[in-house]
Design a protein around this ligand. Sequence first.
Ligand SMILES: [Zn+2]
Length: 265
Amino acid sequence: MNCQICGNPKLPEESTLCERCTLSTFQIFEILEIYLKENPIPIWLANTVQELAWLYKQYPRTMGYFNTALEVVETFLFMGKDLISIDGISEVNYTTLPRDNVLSLLEEALIIERNGDRISPGKLVKKLQEARWEGYQMDTPEMENKLLEMHGILVVALTKSLLRSGNYLPRQPLAIFHMLSGQILASGEKIDPILPDYIIESSTGGLSSRQISRIVRSMAGLGDGKTKIISDITPDYEKPLKDIIIEYCEKMRERYRERERERER
Ligand SMILES: [Zn+2]
């Protein structure tokens, strides 16, 4: 049998996923678990999810999910509403994705709860409602970071529910998680600060060369002037990871090892 996500034929015993995909799904589940449970949310995690905020906005196939999620969350967070009717959401009626499909995905992502044709905030949105939004004016850098964090956590939540639903593989977000997994697995005691091209290549399997080049250009900040995950592309074409990403990789690796130790016990 091959890995259910990437098709890699090398699987650890009694597993349906290869080592890298196991670590990638671990990251996705762990980010959401920490986000829902911990108060306040650890800085290293908040910083990292901000780096993921761009992922669904760029791709036509996932934009419908993301835009609907965003509209619903913004309505709950900023318009002071706790119950909205499905007909009142414009994005879900705008996208060509089947409406029920989008809504069940948002439900699975803990973004909404459905009751007939009404929706109320799911667990994740309730958590976002606890954040100190009121303290910041809309035009401050703190608010910009908070919004990025919100977009980022929606990306992670949607990735998890798309993986669960099995209908569509979110390859772009997975590519980023695979890069981080690849870096963690290839590093020695310290996380290697340079993201090598072979990890980028092996993480983007299944994507066209145009899609890969878009991901790398976005990471380099060429679209909006802000780098993501990496801090630079040096004159030698090296791609150093941001310090916050190195810290994230260290923390995730620690948690992953902890879980493996627990399983062995
Ligand atoms: Zn795999």
